[in-house]
Design a protein around this ligand. Structure first.
Ligand code: NAD
Length: 259
């Protein structure tokens, strides 16, 4: 019997076979969970998601287009989810976007207002917008996870506006956790070490970051995406029933080192 037998919920953020969300879904399903997959609208994008899901053995996925910056898309996804599942137990927020022109070392200072606002809307506010709707489907409580990165805590050249968005995401998680705890809903973030995904490749200087982690992290290596999947399964399960408002680092220990 898996840790998540009978649990059901939404996994936002699969783009392709490298996406962290795909590997989280794989682990949740292995533990007995049922997952629905909202994804970025567009024929090409939906085809890639379908192929990625096939690779982990899901041949008939429930998918629905959803641009998380659009309230009407989120409204439609949560209405369809209610129809299909009635209630849910979890939501995975594995979504982020910033204009890559401004994800270059030395360019944070040049971030235009619209680029800043878009990054925070898609990468941060979307969590709040999801939770507003998810709580209505969680009468018996639930667990919500968002993905973040160490560039929220320390300045990492190249991470730039995304670091600001992640700092706001982690703070949002704490406020959401404080308000929803009374309803049995837990909200946590996983701060993953660098992984070679589509989003990561947009960050200037990412190769140097992988090299540095391999040398400086206590475990002397970068993480494997499956390690994020396992942490997510833990945070959705009863094994973590006392944890909320927390930021769990899955980074081979890199972030706790002073030097
Ligand atoms: P990814 O590119 O596979 O995933 C990002 C997802 O965001 C994609 O599925 C994309 O379609 C989706 N997205 C972007 N804009 C959207 C919109 N408007 N509406 C709906 N979906 C939208 O890359 P990933 O690395 O798997 O990223 C997942 C999460 O993990 C992100 O929050 C990212 O910041 C975080 N993260 C990544 C790393 C890393 O090194 N890869 C490390 C720590 C945290």
């Amino acid at each position: 019997m898996g840790l998540l037998e009978g649990r059901k919920g939404l996994v936002f953020g699969i783009a392709n076979d490298r996406s962290i969300a795909l590997h989280i879904a794989r682990h949740l399903i292995e533990q007995g969970a049922t997952c629905l997959f909202p994804c970025l609208p567009g024929e090409k994008s939906e085809r890639r998601v379908r192929l990625a899901l096939e690779e982990i053995g899901i041949t008939e996925p429930w998918m629905m287009p959803c641009d998380v910056s659009k309230d009407e898309d989120l409204e439609a996804v949560f209405a369809a989810t209610r129809e299909r599942l009635d209630t849910i137990d979890f939501v995975i927020h594995s979504v982020a976007y910033a204009n890559r022109m401004f994800l270059k070392p030395g360019r944070f200072v040049d971030t235009p207002r619209d680029v800043f606002a878009q990054a925070l809307d898609i990468s941060t506010y979307s969590l709040v917008a999801m939770v507003q709707r998810a709580k209505e489907l969680m009468p018996k409580g639930g667990s919500i996870i968002a993905l973040t990165y160490y560039g929220s805590e320390k300045a990492i050249p190249g991470y730039n506006v995304m670091g600001v968005a992640k700092a706001a995401l982690e703070a949002s998680c704490r406020y959401l956790a404080s308000e929803l705890g009374a309803h049995g809903i837990r909200v946590n973030t996983i701060s993953a070490g660098p992984l070679r995904t589509l989003s990561a490749m947009a960050v200037g200087g990412i190769d140097e970051i992988f090299d540095l982690v391999a040398v400086k992290a206590p475990l002397r290596r970068n993480i494997d995406v499956g390690e994020v999947g396992k942490a997510a399964a833990f945070l959705l399960s009863d094994l973590s029933s006392g944890i909320t408002g927390e930021n769990i680092h899955v980074d081979a220990g890199f972030s706790m080192m002073g030097l």
